[in-house]
Ligand binder design. Structure first.
Ligand code: CMC
Length: 391
């Protein structure tokens, strides 16, 4: 028999049991494997958090060293991947480039698809963690028309990413500790968020036993949309537009509340948080610190703070429990670091990668069945076929 009820957007439907991320949207609590996001952002680094999410425990020094050595051993991609990248126009959106190249990696690493043993699974995971940052850096370098090469084995995971993104052919890129710390923190804050749109996509694609890379590539596409990870780009474009338009935040607040107007206050609201997004609190503070450390004065930060203040006092936003989310301030930090706006969602993907991997691994380890929702059919009842000459 068919189903009789549906839950559009799965607002009240659980899809799995998971031991990875705890989220309490009413109280604004977020924990990875039991550790609070505040502690992790303050005390851990991104690679430790990746290990924690994927394997369930904080690593010892030896475990972390081995993990990183295994990742570094996989930090080259096949030279032919450059030819694929060459075929894209320079104007290609880096999210499209990232998703395509992640998928293309399957062709060069066919052994990553079958993960019947724990060892095969581990290999596929370190391969992806090694190669993904190269693709991220190349997506940017392609945009900038810069030569494509590899990282520096002597650097930490996040430092290496920054250097791969920004080093010039002639001069070396000098790492700024403020930028390294801020990016590390941002990546940690994005590392997992339980069954969101892209993560559910990764799990459902993976549930057909498509490989890890194919599942992640699908997750990247899901993340791209402005209602999800694409919101960080959309926030900055919105703040720019408000600035260009004279900085009248009240006008945009009115637009956001007008049901006839499709405009939404980007970076506000969340399916699960009906309280402050705890990540937004940390990021707002980090934005202040990074801008002052780097000596950047960005009028857009003032516009963002103005909008936030007005929204938090406005009955429309209060009644609907709409608070700033993770994406509201992150773009301001990325911009201060010199990361172009079209790369913002790519940075989100880089951060979310360990979460996607952890969720995919959990789904496979628990031998979950193939994802296959039902529907309520609302189309025509049985009809007789009409020949094309009689239609
Ligand atoms: N501006 C104006 N009104 C809003 C907004 C907003 N940003 N967000 C929600 N609303 C209103 C919405 O119109 C609805 O009003 P009413 O009850 O009168 O019809 C009510 O609040 C509930 O919203 P919803 O769209 O039913 O809620 P949802 O859970 O389906 O959507 C959301 C959640 C995040 C897609 C939505 O809040 C939104 O579009 N926000 C802006 C985009 C954004 O910042 N996305 C990033 C989310 S966090 C990071 C991530 O997921 O990647």
């Amino acid at each position: 028999g068919g189903v009789t009820t549906i839950d559009p957007g799965y607002k009240n439907t659980g899809s799995c049991e998971s031991a990875i991320t705890f989220l309490n949207g009413e109280e604004g609590i977020l924990r990875y494997r039991g550790y609070s996001i505040e502690d992790l952002a303050e005390k851990a680094d991104f690679l430790e958090v990746a290990y924690l999410l994927i394997f369930g425990e904080l690593p010892t020094k030896e475990q972390l060293d081995k993990f990183y050595a295994d990742i570094k051993a996989e930090s080259h991609v096949d030279e032919d991947v450059k030819k694929i990248l060459d075929g894209f126009p320079k104007s290609a959106h880096p999210m499209g480039v990232l998703s395509s190249l992640t998928s293309a990696l399957i062709a060069f690493n066919p052994s990553s698809v079958n993960v019947d043993s724990d060892e095969d699974m581990y290999k596929a995971i370190v391969k992806l963690l090694g190669k993904f940052p190269v693709l991220v850096a190349w997506a940017l370098r392609k945009k900038n028309g810069q030569p494509l090469d590899y990282g520096d084995d002597n650097l930490g995971y996040v430092e290496n990413i920054l250097k791969m993104m920004f080093k010039k052919a002639s001069s070396d890129y000098e790492l700024n500790p403020t930028v390294v710390n801020a990016l590390d923190k941002l990546l940690i804050l994005h590392a997992d968020h339980e069954q969101n749109c892209s993560t559910s996509t990764v799990r459902i694609v993976g549930s057909s036993h498509a490989g890890l890379f194919a599942s992640i590539s699908a997750g990247i596409s899901a993340l791209w949309g402005p209602l999800h990870g694409g919101a960080n780009q959309a926030v900055l474009e919105m703040l720019e537009a408000i600035k260009e338009d004279g900085g009248d935040t009240k006008k945009y607040m009115a637009k956001a509340k007008d049901k006839e107007d499709p405009f939404r206050l980007m970076g506000f609201g969340h399916r699960v948080y009906k309280n402050f997004d705890p990540r937004a609190r940390i990021i707002k503070k980090a934005a202040d610190e990074v801008l002052s450390d780097l000596g950047v004065e960005d009028p857009i930060l003032e516009i963002a703070k103005g909008l936030e203040k007005e929204a938090l006092e406005d009955p429309y936003f209060v009644d609907r429990k709409l608070y700033p989310n993770v994406d509201f301030y992150s773009g301001i930090i990325y911009r201060a670091m010199g990361i172009p706006v079209e790369m913002f969602t790519v940075m989100f993907a880089l951060g979310r990668l360990p979460g996607w991997i952890a969720q995919w691994k959990e789904m496979r380890a628990r031998k979950e069945p193939i994802g296959r929702p039902r529907q309520v059919y609302i189309g025509e009842t049985k009809r007789d076929f009409v020949d094309i000459s009689n239609r």
